[in-house]
Design a protein around this ligand. Structure first.
Ligand code: AMP
Length: 400
C-alpha cells in the first residue's frame, strides 16, 4: 500500500492545531484543535471525515503536549485513521523561525532540532512550542519522517538591501539581527495561487500579497521569489495588527523605559499584546470595528483609518520596489472577508492602475477571485490562504 496521508501539526505554546490530509486529491480527512493545554479547562475539538458523524468535543485537563497528541491520536483512531496506519507518509510541522539556515522544508534530524533550538532567542514564544510538538510526534511514531516547514523559508530569497537593518554590522551579525519575515507559507501559497488565477506561471508575475489576519504582513513577490516583506526580526514589525503595533520609532521603547519607568517585559507586552487595533479602540476583531463605525464610533473609525493608512503605505512602497505589479492579493481573516478594508486600502490609486470594483468586492465567496474592474492594469484578487495544505504538499513532496 502506498502511503498518501500527511498529518500537519501546528503546535503553539498552549495549543495544537492539526489536519490529516490525503495527498491523492488534497482532501481533508480530519481537522481539529486542542486548546488551553496545561490548564484545567483544556478542550479538544475534532471534526471527522464526511460521513464519520458530527464534530466531537472533549473538555477536561490535558496536562501537556504529549497528552494532547495522544488525545488527537485517539480521536483519529476512533475514525479508523490511527497514527499507526501504514497509509501515513509523514508528519509536517509548522516551525515559525528557521533563521537563514532553512530555506526549504527539511526532514527533522537531531542536528536540525538543535538548530531550531539555537534560534529560540529570536523566536522565544514560538520555536520552543514547535520543538515540543516535533519531539512528541517523534516519540509517537519514531519510524516516520517528521518534516519541518518554516514560516521564514519563503523570505530567504530577499536581497541583503531588504533584509539588513541599518545598524552596526558586527552587532547585527553577532546577534543574528536582520529581517526574516513570517507567514511565509501563506505568502508562498497565495502568490502562486494568484498567478494561477491569472492563468500564468509564478515566474511570469509580480505580486503584492497582503496577509491580513490577527497577525498581518505584506510581501513583494517578483517572479515567484520574495524580495521584501514587512515583518522583521520578529512578527512585531510592519502593518498594524490585531494586538501588535507594527512599525513605530524604536526610540519609543527607550522613552517608555526612561520616562514611564516601564520594564522591557512590560514594553514587550504593550507592543505585542495591547497595541494595534485593540490598543487603538479596544477591539481587535474587524467585524466589531465595522459595526462600531456604522454606529458613528469615532475611536473605531480612527483605528480603521490608521490600519488602512499603513496598508496603503506598504502597497505604495512595494509597488516601487517591484517596478511593475501584475496583482495585489488579499488573504487571511481580514483580507478575505473585510470588504471595507479592501475598498479603502486601494481607494484613490487609479493613477497606479489599482482599483476595486464595488460589486465584485461585495461578493462573499470561499473561492479565489478577482475584484478589480474588467480590463484593469493591475489585477486585485481575494485568495483564501491554506497554510495546512501548503505544509502538507511541501512535506509530501519531500518524502515521496
Ligand atoms: P486570522 O488570523 O486569519 O484567523 O484572522 C482573524 C481576524 O479576521 C479576526 O480577528 C477578524 O478581525 C477578521 N475577520 C474574520 N472574519 C471577518 C469578517 N467576516 N469581516 C471582517 N473581518 C473578519
Amino acid at each position: 500500500m502506498t502511503a498518501t496521508r500527511v498529518l500537519v501539526l501546528n503546535s503553539g505554546s498552549s495549543s495544537v492545531k492539526y489536519q490529516l490530509l490525503d495527498m491523492r486529491d488534497s482532501s481533508r480527512l480530519a481537522v481539529g484543535l486542542v486548546e488551553r493545554i496545561g490548564e484545567a479547562t483544556s478542550r479538544l475539538v475534532h471534526t471527522p471525515p464526511e460521513g464519520g458523524g458530527g464534530r466531537r468535543e472533549r473538555s477536561g485537563p490535558i496536562a501537556d503536549h504529549d497528552a494532547a497528541l495522544k488525545a488527537v491520536a485517539d480521536e483519529l483512531a476512533h475514525d479508523g485513521l490511527g497514527l499507526d496506519s501504514p497509509e501515513l507518509a509523514a508528519i509536517g510541522h509548522r516551525v515559525v523561525h528557521g533563521g537563514l539556515r532553512f530555506s526549504a522544508p527539511t526532514v527533522v534530524t537531531d542536528e536540525v532540532l538543535a538548530e531550531i533550538e539555537r534560534l529560540v532567542p529570536v523566536a522565544p514564544l514560538h520555536n520552543p512550542a514547535n520543538i515540543t510538538g516535533i519531539r512528541t510526534a517523534q516519540a509517537l511514531r519514531p519510524d516516520l519522517p517528521q518534516v519541518a516547514v518554516f514560516d521564514t523559508a519563503f523570505h530567504t530569497t530577499m536581497p541583503e538591501a531588504a533584509a539588513r537593518y541599518a545598524i552596526d554590522v558586527d552587532t547585527a551579525d553577532a546577534h543574528r539581527i536582520r529581517r526574516y519575515g513570517f507567514h511565509g507559507t501563506s505568502h508562498a501559497y497565495v502568490s502562486r495561487a494568484t498567478a494561477a488565477l491569472l492563468g500564468k506561471d509564478p515566474s511570469e508575475v509580480n505580486v503584492i500579497v497582503l496577509h491580513l489576519g490577527n497577525g498581518a504582513s505584506a510581501s513583494a513577490v517578483a517572479g515567484g521569489r520574495c524580495v521584501e516583506t514587512s515583518m522583521g526580526l520578529t512578527p512585531l514589525e510592519g502593518l498594524v495588527m490585531g494586538t501588535r503595533s507594527g512599525d513605530i520609532d524604536p526610540a519609543v521603547t527607550f522613552h517608555l523605559e526612561r520616562v514611564a519607568g516601564m520594564s522591557t517585559d512590560e514594553i514587550d507586552a504593550l507592543l505585542n499584546k495591547k497595541s494595534g487595533l485593540v490598543g487603538l479602540c479596544g477591539d481587535n476583531d474587524m467585524r466589531e470595528i465595522h459595526r462600531r463605525m456604522e454606529e458613528g464610533d469615532e475611536r473605531a473609525r480612527l483605528a480603521f483609518d490608521i490600519y488602512v493608512h499603513r496598508l496603503k503605505k506598504y502597497i505604495g512602497a512595494y509597488y516601487a520596489i517591484l517596478g511593475r505589479v501584475d496583482a495585489v492579493a488579499f488573504t487571511a481573516g481580514v483580507g478575505e472577508n473585510a470588504v471595507p478594508v479592501r475598498e479603502a486600502a486601494l481607494a484613490d490609486m487609479e493613477g497606479l492602475g489599482l482599483a476595486v470594483d464595488t460589486g465584485l468586492n461585495a461578493v462573499r465567496s470561499g473561492e479565489a477571485r478577482l475584484i478589480s474592474p474588467e480590463g484593469a492594469r493591475v489585477a486585485v484578487a481575494v485568495v483564501p490562504t491554506d497554510e495546512e495544505l501548503e505544509i502538507a504538499r511541501q512535506t509530501f513532496e519531500l518524502v515521496m
